[in-house]
Design a binder for this molecule. Structure first.
Ligand code: SAM
Length: 190
């Protein structure tokens, strides 16, 4: 009985989408202190804060090159999920395109047998013309919310709002306007 109540309880999650390690220059015009994100120590502090303040679960975006620095900072039981980008920007100077991004996942609501299984990867093209490098497409945000198993009534702190797309997806999900069952993306990825 107690266990059932715990599964149904409202949960507090967070999603962190900081400037990726080594990519702070993209954000200097948006944030005067962007350069602190080129220091691995800032990422270590963020990961520690996520664990301390969001024991129910959290997700964090990162780049593939930054994984070498970040992996030793992560809790051993976290998952590395993958956003695959069928279309992304191909630069002549980059011979092997960076066409996927890691999504680090810690905790999350336990899934019931009735809930469909979520894959640890999701394919979706990058968001274009958002006025911000690294803006996430709405389907990717919903997949991340699915990974955490966010339900109506939960909260998800968007620690790096940027365009605000994460907050809008969270609002739709947590207010009940959009539910997991309404979203076709899980089927599309199946
Ligand atoms: C990858 S973007 C977030 C994109 C957002 N999730 C979206 O989908 O629109 C990183 C954000 O961190 C902000 N930022 C940069 N330096 C920061 C700092 N020192 N403190 C807080 N935010 C910062 C940037 O301005 C940018 O909005």
């Amino acid at each position: 009985m107690e266990r059932k109540a715990a599964v149904a309880a409202v949960m507090r999650f967070a999603y962190a989408d900081p400037p990726y390690l080594g990519c702070a220059s993209y954000y200097r015009q948006h944030h005067p202190e962007a350069d602190i994100w080129d220091d691995p120590e800032t990422h270590r502090r963020l990961i520690a804060r996520l664990g301390d303040e969001y024991p129910d679960g959290w997700a964090m975006s990162a780049s593939v090159p930054s994984l070498f620095a970040l992996l030793p900072m992560l809790p051993a039981d976290c998952r590395i999920c993958v956003w695959v980008k069928p279309f992304c920007s191909f630069k002549p100077s980059v011979r092997i395109a960076y066409a996927w991004e890691p999504i680090i996942l810690a905790g999350g609501r336990k899934r019931t047998r009735e809930q469909r299984t979520i894959r640890d990867w999701f394919a979706c093209e990058i968001a274009m013309k958002q006025g911000l490098v690294g803006a996430k497409p709405a389907p990717v945000v919903h997949w991340i919310l699915d990974l955490l198993n966010v339900q109506r009534g939960d909260s998800v702190a968007d620690l790096f709002p940027g365009t605000g797309i994460v907050g809008r997806c969270v609002e739709a999900r947590c207010s009940g306007v959009a539910t997991l069952a309404d979203l076709p993306l899980g089927e599309a990825a199946a």
